[in-house]
Write a protein that binds this ligand. Structure first.
Ligand code: HSE
Length: 315
C-alpha cells in the first residue's frame, strides 16, 4: 500500500500592509497530512486529530467536499485522473480559527503529499490553484497569502494568481517574528464579513506607499524603513474589535521595541516583528501578559525566524 505524508508550515498573512497579497511562513507550527492510495478515484477523510487529542467531534468536517485538506485533492483527481484515490489523515498542529493559516496549511500539506505519489509530479507552482480552491470553501474567498508562503516558504508577495506570479522577498538578516495566539476563535469568513468593500482614496494611497516601503525595506535590509511602514490603516482598524485587548497588545509590543505589530491574517493571533532576539522575547512576554490581563486565560506564543522552507514530504 503506497502512502506519503507532508508537513506545511503556519503562516502570518497580510503582514500589516499587504492585505491578501503578502505572507510569511513561520517555524512555530504546522499541519501534517498523510495519504494512502486507494482503488477508485475518490477521497475519504479517515481521521482528523490534533497534537493534544482535544479536537472536539465535528470541529472539522469529515465531508471531503467541505474539508480544506481534501477539496484541492478532489480537484486534482478530476484534472489528472491518475486511476487511484486517497484515504486522508489530517493532524492539525495549527489551532482552528487562529489566524495562522491552518486551512491553507492542511490543503497545501495534502497536495504536496499527493503530488509525491503521482507518476509524473507537477511543479510545486501548479499546486497553488488547488490550495486556493480549498481556501474558497473554508472562508468564501480564495486569498493566496497563506497558501503561497506555506507552499513555497519565505516572505512571499503574490502579484497575481491567474497567471500565478509570486515574488519571494529577501528577509533582512536578523528579522524575527513574534506570534501570539490568544485562545479565542475568530473564523476568517466572519473576519472578512466585517470589512467594508470600498476604501477611501487617501487610505489607499497611504497603504500602498507603506507596502512599497516595506518591500524596499526588505531589499535594503532597512529596519528603520520597515518600522515606518508596518502600519495598517485599512484592515486592522476594522477588525481590532474582534480581538480582546488588541490595541493594548499592540502598544505593548511597540513599547518593548518591536518594529511593528498587527493582526496575523484574519486574527485573533497578533504578530510583531523585531530585529534582535532580546527585543522579540521582550515583546512576546509583554503581549502575552496584556492578553492575560484582558481576560484571555490561554495564550500560546512563539518567537520564530521567517521559515525559508515551505511544505515538504516527511514520510
Ligand atoms: N488575507 C486574509 C484575510 C488571510 O485577512 O482575510 C486570512 O487568513
Amino acid at each position: 500500500m503506497r502512502s506519503a505524508a507532508a508537513f506545511a508550515p503556519a503562516t502570518v498573512s497580510n503582514v500589516a500592509v499587504g492585505f491578501d497579497v503578502l505572507g510569511f511562513a513561520v517555524e512555530a507550527a504546522g499541519d501534517e497530512v498523510a495519504l494512502t492510495l486507494t482503488e477508485g478515484e475518490s477521497v475519504r477523510v479517515v481521521e482528523v486529530s490534533d497534537a493534544t487529542g482535544t479536537l472536539p467531534d465535528g470541529a472539522i468536517s469529515l465531508d471531503p467536499a467541505q474539508n480544506t485538506a481534501t477539496v484541492g485533492l478532489i480537484k486534482l483527481l478530476e484534472d489528472l485522473r491518475p486511476g487511484f484515490g486517497f484515504d486522508v489523515r489530517v493532524r492539525k498542529g495549527i489551532a482552528l480559527g487562529s489566524g495562522m493559516g491552518g486551512s491553507a496549511a492542511s490543503a497545501v500539506a495534502a497536495l504536496v503529499a499527493a503530488n509525491s505519489l503521482l507518476k509524473a509530479p507537477l511543479p510545486k507552482e501548479s499546486l497553488l490553484a488547488y490550495a486556493l480552491a480549498a481556501e474558497r470553501v473554508a472562508c468564501g474567498a480564495s486569498h493566496p497569502d497563506n497558501a503561497a508562503p506555506s507552499l513555497f516558504g519565505g516572505l512571499t508577495l503574490i502579484v497575481s494568481t491567474d497567471p500565478l506570479r509570486c515574488v519571494r522577498l529577501p528577509v533582512p538578516r536578523g528579522l524575527l517574528a513574534v506570534l501570539v495566539h490568544p485562545h479565542v476563535r475568530v473564523d476568517t469568513r466572519d473576519s472578512r464579513a466585517v470589512l467594508r468593500p470600498h476604501v477611501p482614496l487617501a487610505d489607499h494611497v497611504r497603504q500602498s506607499a507603506r507596502l512599497a516601503g516595506l518591500v524596499a525595506a526588505c531589499f535594503n535590509d532597512d529596519f528603520e524603513l520597515m518600522r515606518a511602514c508596518l502600519e495598517d490603516v485599512l484592515i486592522e482598524p476594522q477588525r481590532a474589535a474582534l480581538i480582546p485587548g488588541f490595541a493594548r497588545v499592540k502598544a505593548a509590543a511597540l513599547e518593548a521595541g518591536a518594529l511593528g505589530a498587527s493582526i496575523s491574517g484574519s486574527g485573533p493571533s497578533v504578530f510583531a516583528l523585531a530585529n534582535d532576539e532580546e527585543t522579540a522575547e521582550r515583546a512576546r512576554a509583554a503581549m502575552v501578559e496584556v492578553f492575560r490581563a484582558s481576560g484571555v486565560a490561554e495564550v500560546d506564543s512563539w518567537v520564530s525566524h521567517v521559515s525559508e522552507e515551505g511544505a515538504k514530504v516527511i514520510r
